[in-house]
Design a protein around this ligand. Sequence first.
Ligand SMILES: N=C(N)NCCCC(=O)O
Ligand SMILES: [Zn+2]
Ligand SMILES: [Zn+2]
Length: 332
Amino acid sequence: MSTPSEQSAARPEPVGPVDSSRIPRYAGPATFARLPRLDEVGGRTDVAVVGVPFDTGVSYRPGARFGGNAIREASRLLRPYNPAQDASPFALAQVADAGDIAANPFRIDEAVETVQAAADEILDSGARMMTLGGDHTIALPLLRAVARKHGPVALLHFDAHLDTWDTYFGAAYTHGTPFRRAVEEGTLDTDALSHVGIRGPLYGRKDLTDDEKMGFGIVTSADVMRRGVDEVAQQLRERIGDRPLYVSIDIDVLDPAHAPGTGTPEAGGLTSRELLEILRGLAGCHLVSADLVEVAPAYDHAEMTAVAASHTAYELTTLMTRQIAEARDGTS
Ligand SMILES: N=C(N)NCCCC(=O)O
Ligand SMILES: [Zn+2]
Ligand SMILES: [Zn+2]
């Protein structure tokens, strides 16, 4: 048995973000949170932040292909200590920016395969993924890769939309259909599926009955307001239990007042404060990977959507590195 100090002596210190008290935070290239690139940490990392600049699956406004880089730009202002989770996420484990997956913008089927192959490779290296979309189509290949490694996973899906529709214009792979495909393919543990933030008009009542048959539970945007974030987080934690968990966040879960920069906005959404607090309430869950999608900077104002997204990804990476540290040396 080695003591904790011997363990940390054997483990190389993670390479953290560029120090913004020495190099202005607006200088230099924008990696997520000014973290090192993957090649700057020898090609191995505990958490890989990955962009997927792909938006060929959208049903309305395009532009989410620019989301990942907008989030990286806005993330320059993140600081290394997260008081809400009492953790310095980038000191607990290595987090690195693994760049973008080059998905074909003209062939959706091929893009889905490319994303899956790249995700397989990252997960096989032992890293968890924090993926920055891109539109919601990419959740399908990401879930395939995660299930290949962990088996069927619990899903916590934050979105205004169900995204369990069947097809659009006969197309099976779109941003409105990833979770129906994922259920059909058996990548999800159907005892632990939740949508949070659902609201707005549907095509018909059948959308809800189909969704329920697939196994999803719904916490509407109004439920969050009425019950409050602590009760909602507790209910979600109970449903997830100790299963491997995948979190998929469509930024349109936020009200357009908080996140106007997205392709299919719906009134009556969560505040960014509510979203961040629910995420913090997931501490202790076995979060294996996450995505954050649908940031479309062309419709953004004053970077408000990208800032909300950068803080959301920060909370998620904090959850991941806390869990990695806990599993490694029993502390966070
Ligand atoms: N995944 C997002 N953002 N939107 C899905 C909306 C699908 C529709 O237009 O009915
Ligand atoms: Zn949505
Ligand atoms: Zn969505």
